[in-house]
Design a protein around this ligand. Structure first.
Ligand code: MTE
Length: 326
């Protein structure tokens, strides 16, 4: 007999905690509006018409990744997994626009024959295609908390492999102290935000110290919700760093470079006093324009309902990363 055992993200969103606060757009805008990552207008995520709902669903229907094992150390967190449609329609991908509803525009991202060049201070530089990646690295599922610097959070089931496996494969030399991730950029399909942020230092780049990259948590995702990454989430490969603010997780990576010096990165270059290079989740370090003491855990009820939760140091991953910063 075939027994369907649905994963939580296949269920319709339902209230999961007693305390539900209706997502107050005005309040949210007031708390995050301004120039920078917080300069968002809210999408109607979760409020799609049925036609756009079908179009959204189509973007989320990606090839399944199988066989798929969930790493038992990261099989759950203290909160439910965010609804797939909400996560796939409430995104930051500034190359396609400065609001959250870029999912349709992001379908212009050309992902065929994707290559990732791994270069710099390494013994074995190599350009990988996606088949190489799937064959060479141990692909698994990990459920991680996800915390945006804008003070909202989700829980996402990523599929991918630990960054330390890439380190093993390419063998950085002793001179390599940092790594830089570069996202794909093509201005003909990536219009950028409609509001002015001045000259934007495209392509989007992010970076880590090498010991952060070697940490157990640092992850390259090639999938989410058991399927290959939809374009709006940064197909076909992106960085996921659950103890850091979400902007550290560069999407649609085309280059990984091992470097001797700390690299310039997109947000740090653009607004250095607001977006640091380290950018660990920390309730005691407010963003210059808003507090980080609490976060809005969104998607706890219909549409954009949220719960207010206290922000956890390192997003709750102290046991894995605290030693890196002592
Ligand atoms: N990567 C690129 N290339 N461009 C971006 O604008 N935004 C970052 C990060 N990676 C961004 C990016 C920010 S601010 C966040 S919060 C996360 O992607 C959002 O990831 P998600 O849309 O999959 O939730």
């Amino acid at each position: 007999m075939f027994i369907r055992n649905p994963k939580p993200w296949h269920n319709e969103r339902s209230p999961v905690t007693p305390k539900r606060i209706y997502f107050n757009r005005r309040h949210f805008l007031k708390s995050v509006i301004g120039v920078g990552i917080g300069a968002t207008s809210l999408s109607l995520a979760g409020c799609q018409t049925s036609e756009s709902d079908r179009a959204l669903q189509k973007t989320l229907n990606q090839p399944k990744i199988s066989p798929l094992k969930t790493n038992p150390n990261f099989a759950s967190v203290d909160r439910p997994i965010t609804n797939e449609k909400l996560a796939g329609s409430y995104n930051n991908f500034y190359e396609f626009g400065g609001d959250k509803s870029i999912w349709l525009k992001a379908q212009e991202l050309p992902t065929d024959n994707w290559k990732v060049e791994v270069t710099g201070l390494v013994k074995n530089p190599k350009t990988y295609d996606l088949d190489d990646i799937k064959k060479q690295f141990p692909i698994e599922e990990r459920i991680y908390r996800f915390r945006c610097v804008e003070a909202w959070s989700m829980v996402l089931p990523w599929v991918g492999f630990p960054m330390k496996e890439l380190i093993k494969a390419v063998e950085p030399t002793s001179k390599a102290k940092f790594v830089r991730f570069t996202s794909f950029y093509d201005e003909t399909v990536m219009p950028g935000p409609t509001f002015s942020l001045g000259n934007l230092p495209w392509p989007y780049t992010e970076g880590l110290r090498i010991e952060e990259m070697a940490n157990e948590l640092a992850f390259f995702a090639i999938g989410i919700y058991g399927e290959e990454l939809p374009k709006q989430h940064g197909a076909p490969i992106r960085a996921v760093l659950p103890w850091k603010y979400g902007f550290k997780g560069a999407k649609s990576i085309v280059k990984v470079e091992f470097l001797a010096q700390q690299p310039a990165t997109y947000w740090h270059t653009r607004i250095p006093n607001e977006y640091g290079f380290i950018a660990n989740v920390n309730p005691d370090v407010p963003h210059p324009r808003w507090s980080q003491a609490t976060e809005k855990f969104i998607g706890t009820g219909p549409d954009l309902s949220w719960d207010i939760k206290p922000t956890q140091l390192y997003n709750g991953y102290q046991e894995y990363v605290a030693h890196l910063y002592s």
